[in-house]
Design a protein around this ligand. Structure first.
Ligand code: C5P
Length: 312
């Protein structure tokens, strides 16, 4: 039996650069692991089928669960190993909020690929696992690689960079609010497609601009003030106007003295960066008291340089 830790991510930077022939968007991002994680245990099953056990009501349907899709992909790609070892029993302990912009489903899928690789003694390399991960979703290769990375293409092309200083993070999300990622990108296209690059040849220049820009240098130098000033997320332009409560939350974090605050991915989770755990606790208390909303969930965690890994 194996136990894997599957950490969430936040986006320190998300720029939508253009359309792609496959219907997705050309992105330039910085993805960053945080310590908040799900736990998966993988074991051989008595059944010839994969089984996923999860107590989260919204994840009971296997067809909707990326863990099941990842296990199915492994069975299809490695039929000999599947024939030899049979189905995998996967227990998923869910701690990362779902449909939250934190890659919760993606990191569970990444852990499933990593775990089955070990369980079936497949000997796949990290690039091979990342290639399988890209078949399941755009940010799943990052969850395999972990740490801090510049992601381009659909989000699957990674350039791992040095992780920033271990800042503390307060996450907040309205319980009943979920933002559909396809909706966010579709709405962005409707409103901002005139800003898209016409020429795909110009895309690498955008990635190079980020690479040599102030955010990456702030990360490299561990300059948290500079880092905070250059966080960016294009999807805020569509999600914040559609969900004023997310804007309100972001404003509350800014007023309460966070180093920086921003929506993660397609939202609706808002994160705020702090120098210490004490400051994070204080920030949470202040914002919770100000918002006075029983539907608002808070999590305190910190930046992490580790992607999916085996539990010790
Ligand atoms: O790849 P993933 O399943 O995470 O993508 C979810 C949705 O987000 C896609 O169906 C698409 O609508 C949108 N998306 C996009 N461009 C990307 C990544 C995601 O338009 N690069």
């Amino acid at each position: 039996m194996l136990t894997l830790i599957a950490p969430a991510k936040i986006n320190l930077y998300l720029e939508i650069v253009g359309d792609r022939p496959d219907g997705f968007h050309e992105l330039v991002m910085i993805l960053q692991n945080i310590a908040l994680n799900d736990r998966l245990t993988l074991d051989f099953s008595d059944s010839p089928q994969h089984q996923v056990i999860c107590d989260h009501a919204q994840l009971r349907d296997p067809a909707e669960n990326l863990v099941y899709k990842a296990a199915t992909l492994m069975a299809q790609t490695f039929p000999t190993a599947f024939g030899k070892y049979g189905g995998v029993l996967i227990r998923l302990e869910k701690n990362i909020p779902i449909a939250a912009g934190l890659a919760g489903g993606s990191t569970d899928a990444a852990a499933t690929l990593v775990g089955i690789n070990l369980l079936w003694h497949l000997g796949l390399t990290q690039p091979e696992l990342e290639a399988l991960a890209a078949q399941l979703g755009s940010d799943i290769p990052f969850c395999v690689a972990g740490g801090t990375a510049i992601a381009t293409g659909r989000g699957e092309k990674l350039d791992v960079i040095t992780s920033p200083p271990s800042l503390w993070v307060v996450l907040a999300k309205h319980d009943q609010l979920a933002v559909s990622t396809p909706w966010a990108y579709k709405t962005y296209r409707q409103q901002f497609s005139e800003t898209y690059l016409d020429d795909p040849e110009q895309v690498p220049a955008r990635a190079a601009r980020l690479h040599s820009g102030p955010l990456v240098s702030a990360i490299a130098q561990g300059d948290s003030q500079q880092l905070a000033e250059h966080l960016y997320n294009d999807l805020e332009k569509v999600v914040l106007p559609a969900h004023p409560q997310v804007q309100k939350l972001r404003d509350a974090f800014a007023q309460a003295g966070a180093i920086a605050t921003m929506m993660s991915g397609s939202g609706p989770t808002v994160f705020a960066l702090c120098e210490s755990e004490f400051q994070a606790q204080d920030l949470k208390r202040t914002v919770a008291a100000q918002m006075h909303d029983p539907e608002l969930g808070f999590w305190i965690t910190h930046l992490s340089s580790q992607g999916v890994h085996l539990a010790l």
